[in-house]
Design a protein. Structure first.
Length: 163
């Protein structure tokens, strides 16, 4: 969530562009309403696990408690970030720039092949007009996809303006 070091984050997240685009289009039209979840009858057991685990890991990510998330990363996801120290610096930079989560706009899960995804879209204290999506893909117990993308800029929306 810290786009300032574009060279590093753009390279890391470039392979996720199509996946993030598909995830965001699936939930296009985010609004300032309570988080929307898939109907329980349509949610598989794997998606329920992804929802629960995703909420926990994203909560830890936002709190800069990164050891559990880092431990869940597959070797490929770890390689995208380099080291836990670099990942922690990235997160701290995002927290300094955007502040804490202010509003969950939407949560959703979906499955593509063997990977089950959790997507959490939220606005943050220092930039409530921007909605960021955090995407976690799970293959078994491992996080095999991790990415963050700007989902929506609500700058012109009256509900997003600061008082």
């Amino acid at each position: 969530m810290n786009p300032a070091p574009r060279h590093a984050s753009s390279v890391r997240l470039a392979p996720l562009a199509l996946l993030l685009g598909a995830a965001l289009l699936a939930g296009h039209g985010a609004q300032a309403a309570p988080p929307r979840l898939p109907p329980a009858a349509q949610t598989s057991a794997a998606e329920q696990v992804a929802l629960t685990r995703g909420r926990t890991l994203v909560g830890d990510f936002y709190a800069v408690k990164l050891d559990g998330l880092w431990g869940a990363f597959s070797p490929g996801v770890r390689a995208q970030w380099g080291t836990l120290t670099a990942f922690r610096a990235f997160r701290r930079g995002g927290l300094a720039q955007y502040g804490p989560e202010r509003q969950v706009v939407q949560e959703r899960t979906f499955t593509r092949g063997r990977e089950v995804f959790y997507v959490r879209s939220a606005a943050f204290e220092n930039a409530p007009e921007l909605v960021w999506a955090v995407v976690l893909g799970f293959t078994g117990p491992q996080v095999t996809t991790f990415g963050i993308a700007l989902e929506e800029d609500r700058s012109d929306a009256p509900v997003a303006r600061r008082p």
